[in-house]
Design a protein. Sequence first.
Length: 751
Amino acid sequence: MSKSKDFLRTIVENDIQSSKYKEITTRFPPEPNGFPHIGHAKSIVLNFGIAKDYDGHCNLRMDDTNPTKEDTKYVDALKDAVEWLGFDYGKEVYFTSDYFDKIHNYAIQLIKMGKAYVDSVDEEEMRELRGTVTTSGQRSKFASRTIEENLELFEKMKNGEFKDGEHVLRASIDMGASNMKMRDPLLYRIRHAFHFRTQDKWCIYPMYDFAHCLSDYIEGVSHSICTLEFENNRDIYNWVLNTLELKAPRPYQYEFARLGINYTVMSKRKLLELVENKVVDGWDDPRLPTIAGYKRRGYTKESILNFCEQIGVAKANSIVDVSQLEFCIRDDLNKKVPRVLCVLEPLKVTIENYEGIENIDSPYYPHDVPKDGTREIPFSNEIYIDKNDFNENPPKGYFRLTPTQPVRLRHGYIITCTDIIKNDSGEIIELKAKYHSDSKSGSDTSGIKVKSAIQWVSASTAKEVEVRVYDRLFKDEAPEGLEDINKTSLKVIKNALIEPAVISQKPDERFQFEREGYFYCDPIDYTDAKPVFNKIVGLKDSWSKKTNESKPKEQSLEKANKVQVKGDVEPMTGVQNKLFTKYTEELKLNSEVANIIARDEYLSLFYAESLLVLNSPVGLANIIANDVARVIKENQSTKLKFTATQIAELIKMIDKEIISSKIAKQVFDSMVKDGANPSQIVEDKGLVQISDPSKIEPIIDEIIAKNQDNVEKFKSGNTKLLGFFVGQVLKQTGGKANPKVVNELVAKKLK
Ligand code: ATP
Ligand code: MG
């Protein structure tokens, strides 16, 4: 496997060349508050991978500073994930809680330097005093406490003399800093809670920003790699280490893009919600993107490693298509696993011109796979084929068995249907057929033309097995939560029939069931008495077609951009760099959007032009980086029917709340097609946003009247249903109702 060098490896190599560190040390620092997911796999592969590539070491460190959410079972799952992926974290696992004494001493040191103080304002006041992006903040009156007072109060905090939230320890940095995070960040808070390791020893806990950099330093980490959302925390990281004057070599923080996958939720909080609400069957449910889930489903570690390799490491967030992961597992198994016959929905076929039993010697692997192995498939006059492989009234292009079209039994003979037997309700329960004795696979002299070969099993020797067919857990491409669940994500087939060799010979744990997909012996529920197989993945990507049909181009203006970034990131040119800095610092674009526009000459010109018309830098940048960029990509051309001025006009209508952003999507789609003016489109189609409460209220009343059961549930505490009601109103108005107004009105009415 050749590794392309990413920007982090470039940094590491430079540091090696300049002898900045004796040894490269990285760390993987999860909080043990949930099972690790595929995003963590990306981070594991990156951190352990770098350590491996440069003869260094990677620490597995539990970031356990939040006592109420953490648990040993999560620690075990994290260890297991790292090991399963094939990495070695050495003799021990590290815990931030092991450094609580040291971190506490550093805090005292900061207080003595006059660089930290105990603050005692309540949360709300603290928020107000922090100021805003455009206005500077103010120190609270408690910031002027003397060092002695601070030391005494901090000691009392530690001794448990105060309640949660009564005081906090803050760094004394700069309340006017343009990076809001630097406005006297919290270092310690009071939490009277039982910690799974330190138990009741502490009732103050260090905040991430304080604990993380110090833990890195204590462990001798050289490169502290985290995800992009910590970009602004880097200043605190450096401030703490610099202010404490910690000796070199010290660690530095670098950020990379988080992995997101469509049709998938990827935060431990959301995954916990699925587990706790029993939407899935535990953290290792094969439908979850957890490492434990993939493992149980039958994914191989090679497929996960390959996937992480393919997506690469970049500095711009992106959403990766889940089919890319599915491709990786398919690609891995295709050349590895035996191919066998299993019938998921059995339909009996009696072969009237056959007697006795014969064993057909058949290879497990196709010719192009360098693996050997055969088994005997018994053939007799009673077999089962899949219900779907017979069609009495076949549509055009149907290649399998029909009343007039013969079909080949895989590895066996060609059969022709002679009779169809139905039950009283007209359902087909059996077929009669004849076989062609001179058509045996490999020595066929019959001259009969068939268009396909189907799987089958012999009735007397087939084994009954349970097959769990998994599909994507979410039907929505960018799922929010429970309301986007795909209700048919699990189908349990109790009475599938499999050829006997799979059970008696056990040639593998993973199989290709021919024409169905790849399957895995469930590691927990499989027994000889009741074999259970999990579907790992289908043979083809069945979703790309399905979704294209049901959701024509449904990429919304609000949704994250779907640009895929692979492999290395090219360095920016000087001009691009300047633009990027201007975008992020002056125009406050997020780095992802800034990255896309800055790197593209056409988009940056388009953006500049639109800004001349409308001063709405963020709104304009978002539509240009996402939607305009997508149209250019789809058309493979920058010849657009709409202009920058028209895009500005569209965003202006959103800003002025004339249309909702949902409607804006519709308008944009028509602009793409015919280049009409957005205001004209809005007028012609009557898309003006409805904000007048007197127009919205009657609709809400009607929906409330129709959904009394949900009203009850809402009133008894299920506040999530607010979203349901709002959604219904938006639906009724074709997306035209002003969501803000609807939200307020619904909340009021349900009180
Ligand atoms: P979640 O939001 O899922 O709880 P987290 O970032 O809070 O994730 P941690 O347990 O704190 O999870 O993360 C451990 C490490 O894994 C961190 O270094 C984090 O940057 C990395 N990580 C977490 N999620 C992803 C992801 N989606 N892609 C890449 N790295 C990730
Ligand atoms: Mg977290």
